[in-house]
Design a protein around this ligand. Structure first.
Ligand code: SF4
Length: 241
């Protein structure tokens, strides 16, 4: 592959290939209740210290393109419910919108994992998406503590509202490391999401394996979740990230 774009956004400017770091052929956990393959798209401008896909944050991590994904899907017709676009941050690449539309046209449902950092592109891709897993990383006034990038809360707020307004099935998910978020932070996130109309929320306990190791090897347990939060949602899950 030549001429890969570097930096935070692999954007418009002619038809660029979708840069993919890897494809997991079958997964039952990346889209709850569905059998899906997962395409891990390259590129992410944020620097969350718990990131387990940090090797994918560079566009240079790509080893495949959308041509590989579509050829793979041709061989999987009838065997998969859908395709999850994950990453990295899938919406860091403009080509994700076109590829989601093409995957939909092939008859596969499309799931999207996103940090919510690209609301304009999210608005473009939503008509081709059947389910969204949206990261809510911190209380709005503490977002930079997790993303290590300033002013990341505002685009996520807009992304959340876009998904809610579109009526697309969604899960909000919060990864919890005890030195990044306190129980009070978790409670603040839960109450804000519930007030906005989010019905499905998952707390994902930090897992040290696969990270850069910059956080202490500590985690949280179901008993750490403040009382009464699960009841704010139709569906609440505590899971290992
Ligand atoms: S937004 Fe996701 S891919 Fe990007 S650094 Fe954070 S956890 Fe990793």
């Amino acid at each position: 592959m030549s001429q890969r774009s570097r930096g935070a956004d692999h954007g418009e400017g002619g038809r660029r290939p979708l840069l993919i770091g890897g494809i997991t052929p079958f997964s039952t956990v990346d889209w709850p209740g569905r059998l899906a393959c997962v395409a891990f798209l390259a590129g992410c401008p944020w620097r969350c210290p718990y990131c387990q896909n940090h090797l994918l944050r560079s566009f240079d991590a790509a080893t495949q393109t959308d041509e590989d994904l579509l050829a793979f899907l041709e061989r999987r017709r009838g065997l998969l419910d859908g395709v999850v676009l994950s990453g990295g941050e899938p919406l860091a690449q403009a080509a994700s919108v076109d590829v989601a539309a093409r995957v939909h046209e092939m008859g596969f449902d499309v799931g999207l994992h996103t940090c919510g950092g690209y609301p304009e592109r999210l608005g473009q891709i939503l008509p081709h998406v059947d389910w969204v897993g949206l990261d809510i990383k911190a209380p709005w006034d503490a977002y930079e503590r997790v993303t290590r990038v300033p002013e990341t809360d505002e685009p996520v707020r807009r992304s959340l509202q876009l998904v809610l307004d579109a009526g697309v099935a969604m899960e909000a998910r919060t990864t919890w490391h005890p030195t990044l978020l306190s129980p009070a932070d978790i409670a603040a996130i839960a109450h804000d999401l519930a007030a906005r109309g989010v019905r499905t929320w998952a707390v994902q306990a930090y897992r040290h394996v696969g990270t850069t190791g910059e956080l202490p090897n500590e985690t949280v347990y179901p008993s750490d979740v403040p009382e009464g939060l699960a009841e704010l949602f139709e569906t609440f899950e505590f899971r290992r990230a």
